[in-house]
Design a protein around this ligand. Structure first.
Ligand SMILES: Nc1ncnc2c1ncn2[C@@H]1O[C@H](COP(=O)(O)OP(=O)(O)OP(=O)(O)O)[C@@H](O)[C@H]1O
Ligand SMILES: [Mg+2]
Length: 158
């Protein structure tokens, strides 16, 4: 499993930007981590990488927020409060759509998860501003997405 260490907000924004830059239509990322781990913060970086200048707010009470001013749409979801009946939300339309879906607490979707996705586990470090991000992939397009992120990240450090 690939693991990345983030030393502060700037690193988180930078990783987010890279993700936004390499995302393609129908890519799905699940963000998994405790309250305050940095899921929404990382999503803000992803929006910047897509060229979205609008402010990204937590979609906690709306489930999905759509941003359509970037290179491809960003569908930002927070399914923390979704209990049963996730199938009725029609999230597949987003997952299979023209944009990138970023799903906070996505594991809670269980059976309603798409066939392929990238999951990022964000954990707080010892220091307040430290985070570790572990990558986990399901399916081919999730794997391809991970590969694009990691190779772009490698290149950006050269
Ligand atoms: N390196 C870092 N990466 C991300 N966030 C950081 C970092 N260092 C400090 N923080 C702070 O941690 C907090 C992360 O909050 P954020 O809303 O992104 O978490 P979340 O995982 O979305 O939480 P929730 O489960 O409530 O939606 C912010 O206040 C942010 O400024
Ligand atoms: Mg959040």
């Amino acid at each position: 499993m690939n693991e990345i260490k983030l030393n502060g907000l700037e690193d988180t924004e930078k990783l987010g930007r890279i993700i936004g830059e390499v995302a393609t239509a129908s890519d799905v990322i699940l963000l998994t981590g405790d309250l305050g781990a940095g899921k929404t913060t990382l999503t803000k970086g992803i929006a910047l990488g897509l060229g979205i200048e609008q402010m990204v707010k937590s979609p906690t009470y709306t489930i999905v927020r759509e941003y359509t001013t970037g290179r491809i749409p960003l569908y930002h979801m927070d399914v923390y409060r979704v209990e049963s009946g996730a199938d009725e939300l029609g999230l597949d339309e987003y997952f299979e759509g023209d944009g990138l879906s970023v799903v906070e607490w996505g594991r809670m979707l269980g059976e309603e998860l798409p066939d392929s996705y990238l999951e990022l586990f964000i954990k707080k470090g010892l220091d307040d501003s430290e985070r570790t991000v572990q990558f986990s992939v399901i399916g081919d397009s999730g794997k391809a997405f991970e590969t694009r992120i990691l190779s772009k990240r490698g290149n950006s450090n050269e």
